[in-house]
Design a binder for this molecule. Structure first.
Ligand code: DOR
Ligand code: ZN
Length: 455
């Protein structure tokens, strides 16, 4: 077995290791922050290697959230890497991919390097950055160095925290062509901002959340997704549609993928957990962009999860302060925190939706969508799998432990959660990142913020 010449410094034993081949009993031998062996490998003879027993917990690979807004630089009153990293590990996430809509935005390679320098020494989790596409300079993607970023974010519709919108058809075509040339994957907020401007001009200021979905309707998402598919067809650009929200969009992307186009999609925990009924009831707390839609759409998104049509699940962790969220309907920014809640909320939903499914199958699916799926899509080498040679990112997950989420448990700097009062049906008990214990739910102790850039 590879890597066994390295000295072991930790051994994890358990009855339910979630490996790519299946759920099995055995041990994970760890040394130098990496996995040296998985399975029945004998415990190395050199005594003194600590052994931790996970018992009946599932032992998952550290999860990947490929869609967070950790708000550095410029918006650190909402979130910062110290808090965001703690929220992540408490939710079983050990690697995040951070979005570029900061102040200033992360548009250039130098901006990415500057951000990496700011994050250094602050983060409990490993990380990578999606670079932003400057609407004034979409052609710059052509020369993007993959050591800096392998993916670039485009907002086709904007709002309070996303002012740099790229929806001019010629500029979009330029971006797709340039991204294809450099082999960059585009990640897209695919809604038609121009349609929304039309509706805003027609209707004027909103006065309640009852009509939020009507002002940011599915038609905006469907037309934008259709436009993206056409550009993918024309240029061959790899495109990943973020926070897909409607049944029609899911059908369109599935059809395009089945026809061989390199287009994939993400579903968020929020779109799986809430409906427009919640937005009517709770207002800004469950307002996000794209809007959370109706029951039929939620059912379709769950179907996409169940049938492995999604490439990734993401949190779209987008914290805003309570003060910002309690502004008037027009002034309150869309977005809610979620990196801490993502895995447990999805797990809870899965078990309720598909009660007949064996837990081992469900947990393997969870690990596909939050582990190997994002790792493969974004080339996060060493992440997302419990396998020899991988980073020793491990999560002890108690699949039947129920608990109620309260604001006191929220680690995000924003201090609130749309899931407050929810009874969760599974708990993250421990999180290891590159062999180091970074979260223990029993003692509520975190590890050291020495997360690394996964380049
Ligand atoms: O609801 C959202 N909030 N959607 C986005 O696209 C951005 C995010 C934010 O940055 O607050
Ligand atoms: Zn987002």
């Amino acid at each position: 077995m590879a890597g066994l010449n390295e000295k072991a410094d930790l051994i994890v034993t358990g009855r339910r290791l979630v490996t790519p081949e299946g759920v099995r009993a055995g041990r994970v031998v760890i040394g130098g922050g990496r996995i040296l062996a998985v399975g029945d490998a004998p415990v190395p003879a050199d005594a003194g290697v600590p052994v931790v027993d996970a018992g009946d917990d599932y032992v998952l690979p550290g999860l990947i959230d490929s869609h967070v807004h950790f708000r550095t630089p410029g918006l650190t009153h909402k979130e910062d890497w110290a808090h965001g990293g703690r929220a992540a590990v408490a939710g079983g996430v050990t690697t995040v991919m951070d979005m570029p809509n900061t102040v200033p935005p992360t548009f250039t390679e130098q901006d990415v390097l500057d951000k990496a320098a700011m994050v250094d020494g602050q983060s409990l989790v490993d990380f990578r950055f999606h670079i932003g596409v400057d609407p004034q300079r979409p052609q710059e993607l052509k020369h993007l160095d993959p050591a800096i970023a392998t993916s670039a974010k485009i907002f086709m519709a904007g709002h309070h925290t996303a002012p740099a919108v790229l929806n001019d058809p010629d500029a979009l075509a330029t971006a797709f062509e340039a991204a294809a040339a450099s082999g960059t994957r585009l990640v897209l907020h695919a809604e038609d901002g121009r349609l929304f401007d039309l509706l805003d001009g027609w209707w004027g200021e909103p006065d309640g959340y009852r009509d939020y979905e009507a002002r940011r309707p599915r038609s905006g998402g469907i037309t934008a997704v259709a436009a993206v598919i056409e550009l993918v067809r024309r240029y061959g650009t790899a495109a990943h549609i973020l926070h897909l929200s409607s049944a029609e969009e899911a059908d369109l992307v599935c059809a395009a993928a089945a026809a061989g186009l390199p287009v994939t999609f993400e579903v968020t925990g929020h779109h799986l957990s809430f409906t427009d009924h919640d937005t009517c009831r709770t207002g800004a707390r469950t307002r996000l962009s794209p809007a959370i839609r109706g029951r039929r759409d939620q059912d379709r998104l769950w179907e996409a999860v169940r049938h492995d049509q999604v490439a990734t699940l993401g949190s779209d962790h987008a914290p805003h302060t309570v003060a910002e969220k309690t502004r008037s309907v027009a002034q309150s920014p869309p977005g809610l925190p979620g990196v801490q809640e993502l895995a447990v909320a999805v797990w809870t939903g899965m078990r309720r939706r598909f009660p007949g499914e064996p837990a081992d199958d469900a947990v393997r699916r969870l690990v596909r969508h939050l582990g190997s799926g994002p790792a493969d899509l974004f080339g996060l080498t060493g992440k997302g799998r419990l396998a020899v040679g991988a980073d020793a990112d491990l999560v002890f997950f108690a699949p039947e432990q129920t608990w109620m989420l309260s604001a006191a448990q929220v680690r995000s700097k924003c201090g609130w959660s749309a899931y407050e009062g929810w009874t969760m049906g599974g708990r993250v008990r421990r999180t290891y990142r590159r062999g180091a214990l970074v979260w223990d739910a029993e003692t509520e102790v975190f590890g050291a913020p020495d997360g690394r850039w996964v380049r």
